[in-house]
Ligand binder design. Structure first.
Ligand SMILES: Nc1ccn([C@@H]2O[C@H](COP(=O)(O)OP(=O)(O)OP(=O)(O)O)[C@@H](O)[C@H]2O)c(=O)n1
Length: 391
């Protein structure tokens, strides 16, 4: 088997990087995805050279190096076309489910054996493209089979995140779940508690936008995978997610991880806030999640003007409103309110709360009239002023 020509293979500097290292192979996600014909996220290179030697060679070739994970033998080579991780072959000496102590090796098979799934342990020679497959990864990839290398229970004990990775890869391209893998993940679901919430969130958000997320999330709920870490997620949530995914498809609107999370959790802002905090989401993500679970309180454009296009699309898709409404605003740019406080003051109102009140009043009229131009807004301002004076 030969690595197909991919977009990333021709990335500037990659061949030179591989040549500089001498003994080196592409590995992991980039190889897996190239064989599936899908674009790769990041590129990983494995090499038998110890980290110090990797650094020496890269520096000598004038390639910038950042020791990103030097304890685990990983350095990042910074190419003009993007970063590439170079990791020394290793085996895990001891693990606690979160971190591993490693020993370097020059044995490719040993390095393959410490990886999670057979499809993630494929290596490709940079010069010839030849694939090295130690655990039947090619056959599994062909069958869309996500299979742990070795004993699933042991592999999960080494790194609990693999429970979520199993489901994520299943959602990305998996076919029928591997029975032993699925049982092990089900059995050890409580181990997820030991992981940092950021890592859980990161995996979950990636999973939620994968091709087969709906089917896989339903499976995860049925298997109680969320029970320990996100007990709010239940079958009703899985059904809401299915409905949202269908509406996204009908509206031609790309899935969004936070919107999908909003479907999965109870539609209540206080709960959304709690879950956002628990998962250590960014402030922007927390805001979007909390906003998404609220029902849409206005027609599409006024809604988009008031809460932003993204949140308006989220609320509309998560509601019962016609899908056209969400589709109609997805590329709409809300106009800026063309009236300044100065324009009210110029009409003889003393700067202060009364100006703010009048501004809001005119803005409401402007929105109700579907955002007419500045000339009309001047008229609306005069009107508001007259009624304020006659009160
Ligand atoms: N818990 C983990 C994480 C990673 N890996 C190994 O490290 C490689 C790179 O990991 P990462 O970049 O996190 O994932 P990818 O497989 O590249 O997947 P994606 O591109 O979807 O992130 C994986 O392919 C796998 O061989 C592993 O064995 N166990």
């Amino acid at each position: 088997m030969i690595l197909p020509e991919t977009e990333w293979r021709v990335r500037a500097g990659l061949d030179r990087l591989a040549a500089t290292l001498g003994e080196a192979r592409f590995v992991g996600g980039a190889v897996r995805d190239a064989l599936l014909g899908i674009p790769a996220a990041d590129i990983d290179i494995a090499t038998p050279h110890p980290p110090a030697e990797v650094i020496r060679r890269l520096k000598a070739a004038g390639i910038r190096v950042v020791p990103t994970g030097i304890d685990h033998g990983t350095v990042t080579a910074v190419l003009e076309s993007g970063p590439v991780e170079v990791t020394t072959l290793r085996r895990d000496v001891s693990t606690d489910g979160r971190r591993a102590t490693v020993a370097f090796t020059d044995d490719w098979r040993e390095d393959a054996a410490r990886r999670d799934f057979t499809i993630n342990a494929l290596y490709a020679d940079p010069a010839t493209g030849e694939i090295h497959d130690y655990f039947g990864g090619l056959a599994d990839l062909d069958a869309r089979h996500v299979r742990f290398i070795g004993d699933p229970l042991q592999r999960i004990a080494e790194d609990h995140l693999r429970i979520l990775r199993f489901f994520r890869f299943l959602a990305r391209f998996g076919d029928t779940p591997d029975a032993a893998g699925l049982d092990a993940c089900t059995h050890r679901a409580r181990d997820l508690m030991a992981l940092s919430r950021e890592r859980i969130a990161d995996e979950l958000l990636k999973l939620l936008v994968a091709t087969d997320a709906v089917r896989v999330v339903a499976l995860m709920v049925a298997r109680g995978i969320f029970d320990a870490v996100l007990p709010e997620i239940d079958q009703a949530g899985a059904e809401r997610l299915a409905r949202l995914a269908e509406r996204e498809r009908q509206g031609g609107i790309p899935p969004h991880a936070i919107r999908r999370l909003a479907a999965l959790i109870p539609a209540d802002p206080a709960t959304a806030e709690q879950i956002g905090a628990r998962l250590k989401l960014s402030n922007a993500q927390k805001r979007r999640l909390t906003m998404a679970v609220a029902p849409p309180a206005h027609p599409a454009r006024p809604l988009a003007y008031r809460i932003g296009v993204e949140s308006a699309v989220d609320q509309l898709l998560l509601s019962d409103r016609p899908i056209d409404e969400a589709a109609s605003i997805r590329d709409w740019e809300p106009p800026r309110f063309p009236l300044s406080g100065g324009a009210i003051v110029a009409r003889g109102i003393k700067a202060g709360p009364e100006v703010a009140r009048l501004m809001r009043q005119v803005e409401d009229l402007w929105i109700a009239e579907a955002f007419p131009d500045a000339a009309r807004v001047e008229q609306l301002a005069d009107q508001a002023l007259r009624s304020a004076i006659s009160r």
